[in-house]
Design a protein around this ligand. Structure first.
Ligand code: MRU
Length: 348
């Protein structure tokens, strides 16, 4: 299956992404060449979803190094370090961004003394490897996901953790997409995911395109569909998992988990093991991105939907406590509570 959302050009001079802010109405592609292009595309969610921003950033570091034209190796390595730091500052919560940049940076330094051509070639290989690994990880995660559900299940989703946010299949949506290929019929209920509507704009688009039965709901309808017995499991992706299993994901995720616990619905988190940050002891150590309040008051509306003088608070993520998570599904296996033990076992 072909990856379409983030593509490195053969010449290494650019990265072409699907502009996710234009979906579902317009499928538009953007060409990124400068470090500022990569920073802006990530900051403004033109490319988004933890694995996808990591992949894009890693390729971006390579492209900016190629285009720098720097012919002295020490100067090139210094440029790479500074550019990585700059791109990494675009969004704080998803650990994949940091990991991918570190990997590509390390691959550059591993060629120290061999000349700039060797440095660039190693960076290219590493950034492509991150994407290839993501394809394989999403597939493995989706296979594990299928062991947790049965044909006909109703699945509640929050935000978007599909192919647009990753590579192929996705994490949170992978089970549904792979299941569809294998002949399962699922009924997805998709939270619209205020304020940026990733559920409405992206998840319902991806599921509908794949021929999966999908029903869009407002975020505040999650309780009623659970109470009505329409939901057999909740599926979400994540941006960072702490060593104790506390999990940061799109704002509103923790509310879904609290409801799921109340109604006795299993709540599953899907992620590649690269999203698990063993350096973060608990969720309290995860930096939560705060975004422009106008995303709540004015975005998507013809006229502002609150008086100009009213304050708005716009945290982009929240942390779901480990006790609320039924299982964390990774490409290496399914982890269960207590996560301090099951997550550390993944890395042994
Ligand atoms: O702000 P976003 O749209 O980048 O938030 C994305 C999410 O919260 C996703 O659920 C997460 O990155 C997992 S993507 C596989």
């Amino acid at each position: 299956m072909k990856v379409e959302n983030v593509v490195l050009s053969v010449s290494g001079q650019s990265v072409v992404i699907i502009d996710q802010t234009k979906l579902p109405n317009h499928l538009e592609y953007l060409t990124l060449v400068k470090s500022e292009d990569f920073y802006e595309a990530i900051k403004k969610l033109k490319v988004r979803g933890a694995p996808a921003i990591g992949i894009c950033a890693g390729m971006g570091l390579y492209v900016t190094a190629v285009r720098s034209g720097i012919s002295e190796e020490p100067a090139l390595l210094e440029f790479i370090d500074k550019t990585a730091q700059y791109i990494n500052s675009s969004r704080p919560t998803a650990v994949n961004l940091f990991h991918a940049l570190e990997r590509v940076k390390r691959s550059a330094h591993s060629q120290s003394g061999k000349g700039t051509a060797a440095v660039l070639s190693a960076m290219r290989d590493e950034s492509l490897a991150i994407q290839e690994e993501d394809v394989a990880m999403c597939r493995a995660i989706s296979e594990y996901g299928l062991t947790l559900v049965k044909d006909g299940d109703g699945i509640l989703t929050h935000c978007n953790a599909g192919p647009l946010a990753t590579s192929v299949y996705g994490t949170g949506l992978g089970t549904l997409l792979l299941g569809k290929e294998k002949g399962y019929t699922f009924h997805a209920y998709t939270d619209e995911t205020r304020p940026l509507l990733q559920g409405a704009r992206l998840t319902s688009y991806e599921l509908d395109k794949a021929g999966i039965d999908v029903t869009l709901i407002c975020d505040n309808m999650a309780s009623i569909v659970m109470k009505q017995g329409k939901i057999n499991a909740c599926f979400v992706g994540c941006d960072r998992v702490a060593a104790n299993g506390d999990t940061a994901n799109k704002i509103g995720t923790s509310g879904v988990a609290v409801l799921a616990k109340y109604y006795g619905v299993p709540f599953y988190v899907f992620c590649p093991s690269s999203t698990i940050d063993m350096n973060c002891k608990t969720g309290a150590d995860i930096v939560i991105e705060e975004r422009d309040p106008d995303e709540i008051k004015t975005k998507f509306y013809k006229e502002p939907m609150a008086p100009a003088s009213v304050k708005a608070y716009n945290p982009a993520f929240d942390v779901t406590d480990a006790e609320l998570i039924t299982a964390i599904v990774t490409e290496k296996g399914i982890c269960r509570y207590p996560y301090t033990d099951s997550l550390s076992a993944l890395f042994k």
